[in-house]
Design a protein around this ligand. Structure first.
Ligand SMILES: Cc1cc2nc3c(=O)[nH]c(=O)nc-3n(C[C@H](O)[C@H](O)[C@H](O)COP(=O)(O)OP(=O)(O)OC[C@H]3O[C@@H](n4cnc5c(N)ncnc54)[C@H](O)[C@@H]3O)c2cc1C
Length: 638
């Protein structure tokens, strides 16, 4: 398969400006002749839908929640990066670009990351204009804090609810367009198939989750903003409904899936309390600004935290990485937590956890300051664990959190299916092999507010005056029949095991073999077991109820069927990449100090997988990565 990243020529700081000028525009009167489908109403889909409608396009926006305001973006806590340099501490567009490429361990596309850094400043202006209540300093300027992987303060935040406030901003803009009749909103509606006619994405087939009705929707372009796939691990910090279905079904129609094994394990989550847990909770990384991470210096020390004297504690990140200390990137912090737990120094009832301690910060800054910064997070922690983090250290452990992999897109955010775009966490994004904190919100909003609205116009302008295709077209009828048939197949299995029991088993397997660290043997084991599990799923699944109304087991089963296929491609991707980079840690490839050891000569590429059928091996395509503006080095945070 041929594919082209369409990176504009010229110096990096001029590429986006030049490209914007060269792209064709659609005049205002013609914009209303175009229909665009947006699947997703989170920060990426909400911002894109509102902006496209504001420009004059007719938008249909879909989400499976009861309101667009409940998209998973609402959970984002810590903040959003932007190269505003309000602190005058040496930040710049180039530094944000540089940090992001380095943070991703040199496995992202330079041109995209530079554009992201450029538009980061516009995002903050846009959100402030919408009324997003970012934290402010005494003098009135927007406040900033630091996040892992950076030595400057560039993270804008609204207490520990940044995602919620940003989403309310995007939602207001969306609601305005719903009211104006330019956006038709379809809540509680799940996309179950993509419709491609003559090689072009022309619409989707959906199921109304309340009535079970299957319907077709046609458009001139389709945008997937359907979020990430961390729930392949079953336990993750994502909302339970997050899934890969929209992206995976597009993958089946020819959209390449890039770097599926690049998944982020976030270091600061509340550890699971036992094997029956169904959801994990994030404690924002912003806590690492003031909290100090430590474990007892000796193995099996069962004393309470406060009874362990200073000299008998191991502040392992501060010890190993003096320059960045507790603010090393997420992959480094997570791996090091795993090492101390593997060494028997873990804390808490299960021994799987490390301390995040605020005693010093409270003494230095006062409880009021800490409460003002993190009050809602402390409250949430106490509600879940019954422990008061003002008095005893929090316990944290890494958990699946974000997926850098996703649908492959070119510089215009178009997938390998003509007219099909992917934005936000659903695409393979600008984060390479590791995402730095506070950069997902930045990327989702960059895509939705500032990139897609330009690039989609260039595409649509080439289709002005063409005949429309409606949902009565045979391709839609075929797709509806297929979706109906798949649902029937799931309902008719009538086996003995629940969806969750299959999902839990799949999740544990993927976590053990394709989680925080990976080996060729483990990955081969998973690749043997997953097809067996898939077969068991299709012969022994039990779904109660029918397809004619709300049926959450049915919804989950359809999503799990896709996770099973994805899990296999993830493991294949991890096995193929015989190097360690960022969050992809292959135990066979590490430096003497236990750091990720890249192999730039052989693996400096984006892996883009082509679907060949559920029982066939996918085909690997490679997009070579070229670095002209950053120097590839062994990442060092010492
Ligand atoms: C707990 C938590 C905290 C975080 N904190 C931060 C932070 O501080 N800073 C930061 O930068 N990032 C943070 N992140 C990451 C960030 O929140 C997400 O990456 C980002 O919000 C994803 O936005 P999105 O619009 O791409 O997807 P989402 O917000 O997940 O939205 C997906 C949308 O797609 C819809 N959808 C999905 N599939 C279908 C389908 N088949 N049919 C119809 N609709 C569908 C959903 O209904 C939803 O509307 C955090 C993530 C988590 C889990």
């Amino acid at each position: 398969m041929q594919f082209d990243a369409k990176i504009p020529t010229g110096p990096i700081e001029k590429k986006w400006e030049k490209h914007r000028f060269e792209m064709k525009l659609v005049n205002p009167a013609n914009k209303r002749k175009f229909d665009v489908i947006v699947v997703g109403s989170g920060l990426a889909g909400g911002s894109a839908s509102a902006t496209l409608a504001e420009l004059g396009y007719n938008v249909k926006c879909f989400c499976f929640q009861d309101s667009p305001r409940r998209a998973h973006s609402i959970a984002a806590q810590g903040g959003i990066n932007a190269a505003k340099n309000y602190r005058n501490d040496g930040d710049s567009v180039f530094r944000l670009f540089y940090d992001t490429v380095k943070g991703g361990d040199y496995r992202s596309r330079e041109a995209n990351v530079h554009r992201l850094a450029e538009v980061s400043v516009n995002i903050i202006d846009q959100c402030v204009a919408q009324g997003v209540p970012f934290a402010r300093e005494y003098g009135g300027l927007l406040d900033n804090r630091s996040f892992g992987g950076a030595q400057v303060s560039r993270t804008f935040y609204a207490r520990g609810q940044t995602g919620q406030q940003l989403l309310l901003g995007a939602y207001q803009a969306l609601a305005r367009q719903i009211h104006a009749g330019k956006v038709q909103m379809f809540p509680r509606t799940e996309m179950l198939d993509l419709v491609v006619v003559d090689g072009r994405a022309r619409g989707i087939v959906t199921r109304n989750l309340l009535t079970g009705k299957i319907e077709s929707h046609a458009a001139d372009a389709v945008v997937l903003a359907s979020g990430g796939y961390s729930n392949v691990f079953f336990l993750s910090t994502n909302a339970k409904g997050c899934n890969v279905t929209a992206a995976w079904r597009a993958h089946r129609h020819g959209a390449l899936f890039a770097n599926p094994c690049f998944t982020q394990i976030h270091p600061t989550c509340i550890p699971p309390s036992d094997d029956t847990q169904s959801k994990l909770t994030l404690m924002s990384e912003s806590l690492r600004n003031d909290g100090r991470i430590w474990v007892p210096g000796k193995e099996g020390d069962a004393r309470r935290a406060r009874d362990i004297p200073e000299g008998e504690r191991d502040y392992f990140l501060e010890r190993k990485y003096p320059a960045f200390g507790n603010l090393v990137p997420r992959d480094v912090a997570s791996r090091n937590a795993k090492y101390v737990v593997d060494d028997g120094k873990g804390v808490g009832p299960t021994g799987v956890g490390v301390y995040l301690d605020f005693a010093d910060a409270i003494q230095r800054l006062g409880k009021d300051t800490i409460e003002a910064r993190y009050g809602n997070l402390f409250e949430m922690y106490e509600r879940i664990t019954g422990e008061n983090p003002y008095q005893v250290p929090m316990r944290i452990y890494p958990a699946p959190h974000y997926t850098m992999g996703g649908l492959w897109v070119d510089y215009n955010l178009m997938t390998t299916v003509d007219g099909l775009y992917a934005i936000g966490e659903a695409n393979f994004s600008d984060h390479g092999a590791n995402r730095l904190g506070a950069s997902a919100l930045m990327q989702g909003l960059a895509d939705g507010y500032f990139v897609l609205p330009y690039t989609i116009g260039d595409y649509l302008s080439q289709h002005l005056g063409e005949e429309k295709i409606g949902p009565d077209h045979a391709a839609f009828q075929d797709a509806e029949r297929k979706v109906g048939g798949d649902i029937e197949r799931l309902l008719s299995i009538d086996g003995k095991r629940t969806v969750d029991s299959f999902h839990r088993e799949l999740g544990k397997l993927v976590w053990d073999e394709c989680g925080m660290s990976r080996t060729a043997d483990g990955l081969k084991k998973a690749l043997k077991r997953i097809p067996q599990l898939r077969e068991e799923f299709w012969s022994d699944l039990k779904i109660v109820g029918n397809g004619e109304g709300l049926n959450q087991s049915l919804e989950k089963a359809g999503r799990l069927a896709d996770f099973m296929e994805l899990a296999e491609t993830m493991c294949r991707d991890a096995l193929d990449r015989q190097e360690s980079c960022g969050a992809h840690f292959r135990e066979e490839f590490q430096t003497e100090e236990g750091e990720a050891k890249r192999n730039d000569k052989d693996y400096s590429y984006t892996a883009a997988w082509e679907y060949k059928g559920a029982d066939q091996e996918p085909a690997l395509h490679k997009e070579p990565l070229e670095f002209e503006n950053v120097k590839l080095t062994q990442r060092s945070y010492k």
